[in-house]
Write a new protein. Structure first.
Length: 568
C-alpha cells in the first residue's frame, strides 16, 4: 500500500478536568454543546488512552453513526491516536461505522480496541446529542472496571497530547500516514455484510423476496443503517428498490428521533398499520381502512444500528418476545443450526426467553441493563444469544446488539416457516404462554424528584415481601445487584424489582443514557398461560400492575405528570 504522508508536529496541551465525564449505560453522552466546549472531547479521549495499558504500535478501530460533530471528532481522535503512538487506525469511510459493524471490524482485524462515536437513538444535530465510547479487544463495550478507571482519570487530567497536522481525507479509500501511524479508510459495510451472509440462509431469503407473495419495509430512520440495508436487503437479497425507507444518513437524522419504537418510527408504523391507530400489540388483523394491504414484514433500526423493531402486518412484536421467538427458532438459521449454548437477558427484559431456555434445557442468565454485561458470558461460551427489552437483540457473532442481524434472523425464520409474523407469535404463546409486557418512561423529570422517588422505593423494598396488592402477593423485592459469574465483579443499584407469586413483575430504574434531567423507567410484566386470554390489549392486561407501580412510586403526584412520556 502507498501511504500519503501528512506532516505533523506533536503538541502537549495543558487542560483542566471536567467533573461530568462519567460514562453511563453506554459511554459518555451529552448535548453537542457540551462536547463543543474547548478540550471537552480531547480530555475524555486522553483519559481513554491513559487507561489503556499500552497502545504503542497497536490497531484502533474508529467510526460513528454519522451524526453532527462526528466528522470533527474523528479528526481530533485520529490526531490524538497518532500522538498516543497507535500503529494503525481503521476508520470507516467518511467516518461511518454502525456500532455492530465496529464490533465486527475490531474482532475480524484483531484490533486492540475501538472508539465509537454515537448517542444511539438520541436525536442529533447541533441542538441534539453526541456520544463516545470505548470497546475492547473482544469487540464489546468496555466493562465497568475500565469505564470507572476512565472516569477516575478524567477527574485529575492535566494535559493531553495531539499532533498538529492537516485533516486526514476520509472521503477516499486511500490510506494515509500521520507520522508513524497508518490510517486505513475502510468500506463500513463490507466486513459486516460478509458476516451476515455467513450466518443466515441468503438463498432462502432471496427466494422469499422473489416469490411476489412477500413484501417488506425497513426504516433506516435517516441514520447509519441506510447503506447497510441497501446493500444487504436490496443488492444481496434482491428485495425491490424502495424496501428501504429513509435510507440516506443525515447529520440530524432528518430532524427525527432515530429510536425504533411505535412512537418514533412513525413512517414505518403508518405503512404497517395502514391508517389504524397504534399500540396494536395483540390486536387481530382485518381489512385496512383504505383497502391497501400493508407489507408482510416491517423493521426499523436506530441511530447507530444496534437496535431493532420487528413488525408484522398490523402487528407489533415486543423486543422481549422477539428474543424468545429467535431463541425458539434459532436452529433454522445456518449459523445457529447446532443450537444455542445459553441465553441472557437484562433484568428488566420479560421472562419470555426464560421459558424457551427451560424447554431447550440451556442456561439462562439475568444481567443488569447495558450490553457490556453480556461480554464475559459470551467470551466464556456460556451464551450465544442475548437481548434487552429496549429493542436490543444480538448474539456472540459480535459483542454489540445488532439491529440488522435481528431483522435478517426474522427474515430467515419467515423464509423457512412461510407463516405471517402474527401466526408465529400466536403459536409461540400457545406453546410457552404469553408474557404481557410494557415499559412506561417518564422523561426529563427533575433530577431531585427522580432521586427522591428512587430513594423512597429503595427504602420500601425490605418491607414488601408477603404483602398483597389486589389479587397479587409479593414474593420478593430488592435493589438488583449482579455478580458476574466469570470474573466475580459486583454491580449494585441496578434497579428496584418487585416479583409477585404469580410470576408478574414490576421494575423501577433510572436511565443512564439521557442528557436532560432524569428519565424514570417503569417496567411491567405478567404471565398468562391461557391462550383464550392472549389476544387482550397489553395496557389493559397490565392495568392493575401499572396501578400498583404508580401507587408504590407516587410518580404521578410527585412529578405532576398524568401519563408517561413514552409507552413501549
Ligand atoms: C438504554 C436501554 C438499555 C440499552 C442502552 C443503550 O439504557 O434501556 O437497555 O442498553 O439504552 O442502548 P438506559 O440506561 O437509558 O435505560 V443504545 O442503542 O442507546 O446504545
Ligand atoms: Co443504539
Amino acid at each position: 500500500m502507498i501511504y500519503k504522508d501528512v506532516k505533523m508536529t506533536l503538541r502537549t496541551v495543558p487542560t483542566k478536568p471536567f467533573d461530568d465525564q462519567k460514562p453511563g449505560t453506554s459511554g459518555l453522552r451529552k448535548k453537542v454543546s457540551v462536547f463543543q466546549q474547548p478540550h471537552y472531547l480531547e480530555n475524555f479521549v486522553q483519559a481513554i488512552f491513559n487507561a489503556l495499558e499500552n497502545c504503542k504500535g497497536k490497531t484502533l478501530v474508529l467510526g460513528g453513526d454519522g451524526r453532527f460533530y462526528n466528522r470533527h471528532a474523528i479528526q481530533v481522535i485520529l490526531k490524538m491516536a497518532a500522538a498516543a503512538g497507535f500503529g494503525k487506525v481503521l476508520v470507516g469511510h467518511n467516518g461511518i461505522l454502525s456500532t455492530p459493524a465496529a464490533s465486527c471490524v475490531i474482532r475480524k482485524h484483531s484490533a486492540f480496541g475501538g472508539i465509537i462515536l454515537s448517542a444511539s437513538h438520541n436525536p442529533g444535530g447541533p441542538g441534539g446529542d453526541f456520544g463516545i465510547k470505548y470497546n475492547t479487544t473482544n469487540g464489546g463495550p468496555a466493562p465497568e472496571k475500565i469505564t470507572d478507571d476512565i472516569y477516575a482519570r478524567t477527574r485529575y487530567l492535566q494535559r493531553y497530547y495531539i499532533v498538529d497536522a492537516s485533516d486526514v481525507p476520509l472521503d477516499t479509500l486511500d490510506p494515509t500516514r500521520l507520522g508513524d501511524m497508518r490510517v486505513e479508510v475502510i468500506d463500513p459495510v463490507y466486513d459486516y455484510a460478509e458476516m451476515m451472509e455467513s450466518l443466515f440462509d441468503f438463498p432462502a431469503i432471496r427466494q422469499l423476496f422473489a416469490s411476489n407473495t412477500f413484501s417488506m419495509r425497513f426504516d433506516a430512520m435517516h441514520a447509519v443503517t441506510g447503506p447497510y440495508a441497501h446493500d444487504i436487503l436490496e443488492n444481496r437479497l434482491g428485495a425491490p428498490v424502495g424496501t428501504v425507507m429513509n435510507g440516506i444518513p443525515l447529520e440530524d437524522f432528518g430532524d427525527g428521533h432515530p429510536d425504533p419504537n411505535l412512537t418514533y418510527a412513525h413512517d414505518l408504523v403508518e405503512t404497517m398499520f395502514n391508517g389504524r391507530s397504534q399500540h396494536p400489540a395483540s390486536r387481530g388483523t382485518g381489512t385496512s381502512m383504505c383497502g391497501v394491504q400493508p407489507p408482510d414484514f416491517g423493521a426499523a433500526s436506530d441511530g447507530d444500528g444496534d437496535r431493532n423493531m420487528i413488525l408484522g402486518k398490523r402487528f407489533f412484536v415486543t423486543p422481549s418476545d422477539s428474543l424468545a421467538v429467535i431463541a425458539a427458532n434459532a436452529r433454522l438459521a445456518p449459523g445457529y443450526h447446532r443450537g444455542l449454548a445459553g441465553v441472557a437477558r437484562s433484568m428488566p427484559t420479560s421472562m419470555a426467553v426464560d421459558r424457551v431456555a427451560q424447554a431447550l434445557n440451556i442456561g439462562c442468565y439475568e444481567t443488569p441493563t447495558g450490553w457490556k454485561f453480556f461480554g464475559n458470558l459470551m467470551d466464556a461460551g456460556r451464551v450465544t444469544l442475548c437481548g434487552e427489552e429496549s429493542f436490543g437483540t444480538g448474539s456472540s457473532h459480535v459483542r454489540e446488539k445488532d439491529g440488522l442481524w435481528a431483522v435478517l434472523f426474522w427474515l430467515n425464520i419467515l423464509a423457512v416457516r412461510q407463516q405471517p409474523v402474527e401466526d408465529i407469535l400466536r403459536e409461540h404463546w400457545a406453546k410457552y404462554g404469553r408474557n404481557f409486557y410494557t415499559r412506561h418512561d417518564y422523561e426529563n423529570v427533575d433530577s431531585t424528584i427522580a432521586k427522591d422517588i428512587m430513594a423512597q422505593l429503595h427504602n420500601s423494598m425490605a418491607t414488601l415481601a408477603g404483602k398483597t396488592f389486589g389479587m397479587r402477593r409479593v414474593a420478593y423485592s430488592d435493589d438488583f445487584s449482579y455478580t458476574d459469574p466469570i470474573d466475580g465483579s459486583v454491580s449494585t443499584g441496578q434497579g428496584m424489582r418487585i416479583g409477585f407469586e404469580d410470576g408478574a413483575r414490576i421494575v423501577f430504574r433510572l436511565s443512564g443514557t439521557g442528557t436532560e434531567g432524569a428519565t424514570l423507567r417503569i417496567y411491567v410484566e405478567a404471565y398468562e398461560a391461557d391462550p383464550a386470554k392472549h389476544m387482550q390489549d397489553t395496557q389493559h392486561a397490565l392495568a392493575d400492575l401499572i396501578g400498583i407501580a404508580n401507587q408504590l412510586s407516587g410518580i404521578r403526584e410527585k412529578t405532576g405528570r398524568t401519563e408517561p412520556t413514552v409507552i413501549t
